[in-house]
Design a protein around this ligand. Structure first.
Ligand code: HEC
Length: 227
């Protein structure tokens, strides 16, 4: 039954290639050994049972029909979605999949996407996902524009959206008028909660302002330290 459901969803998504391929197995990389461990860290937070994404990847028979699409999504770096435009603000936890992880996934798919032996499955999988951050301390909630409480260093942000955010900029404006880009959220989906840690703390003089443009139906918390 399960297999039937996933085949149907693969057909719906147009993954014919994945369905028709009775590819010969030409790789030693397997779902049960390498791939499920990468997915656990990077994908299951959304592609778990009942997650934000349309399909679960936590079982081989559910993931297999999506193999070709998975390879494409990770090579194009569309998955896992970061939710922010690269280059506008610089983040420590930006690199969602390492080059090595992308390579393993691509080689697994090209090699026929085998399941591998049962004994290699991890004893237990978790669905927390996403690279960890070290964000803690004071939080400043921003809606529209707020003034910072004195001279501060910004450490990162937490974003949670109750509706989709097509495009939202958050910037800091120093008292001298210069503007620091903090983050540009794009295609950030309802239900996501994400932390972004700046690569280097951003120092703002007393009297600076933080602005959300345009004001959005979401919660933006800025983590900061007093300077
Ligand atoms: C933050 C949530 C999130 C994470 C993490 C995530 N995905 Fe997705 N994924 C989605 C959503 C939502 C969709 C539905 C389509 C869309 O919105 O782009 C999707 C769609 C897909 C698709 C289908 C694309 C198509 O052809 O329609 C594939 C394949 C995929 N994800 C693979 C992955 C893999 C592999 C990972 C981990 C490396 C991953 N995703 C991590 C949310 C996520």
């Amino acid at each position: 039954m399960r297999r039937c459901g996933s085949l149907l969803s693969a057909v719906a998504a147009g993954s014919w290639a994945g369905l028709l391929a009775h590819d010969p197995i030409t790789t030693r990389i397997t779902y049960s050994r390498e791939i499920i461990r990468i997915f656990e860290k990077r994908c299951f937070s959304c592609h778990g049972e009942g997650g934000a994404a349309p399909m679960s990847l936590t079982k081989y028979e559910d993931a297999r029909p999506w193999a070709k699409a998975i390879k494409e999504e990770v090579l194009e770096r569309r998955m896992p979605p970061w939710g922010a435009v690269k280059g506008f603000g610089v983040f420590r936890n930006e690199e969602a999949l390492s080059q090595e992880e992308v390579g393993l996934i691509a080689d697994w798919v090209e090699g026929g996407a085998p399941e591998g032996e049962q004994k290699y499955y991890p004893p237990k999988i978790s669905t927390d996902g996403l690279p960890p951050t070290n964000l803690q301390g004071n939080r400043l909630l921003v809606k529209g524009t707020v003034r910072t409480p004195g001279a501060v260093r910004l450490i990162g942000l937490e974003v949670a959206a109750s509706s989709d955010l097509a495009s939202v900029h958050i910037v800091a404006e120093q008292p001298d008028g210069s503007v620091e880009p903090l983050i540009w959220l794009r295609n950030f989906k309802a239900g996501w909660k994400r932390q972004y840690e700046f690569r280097e703390p951003i120092a703002l003089a007393a009297g600076s302002k933080i602005r959300v443009e345009p004001p959005a139906r979401a919660s933006f918390a800025i983590f900061l330290r007093a300077d």
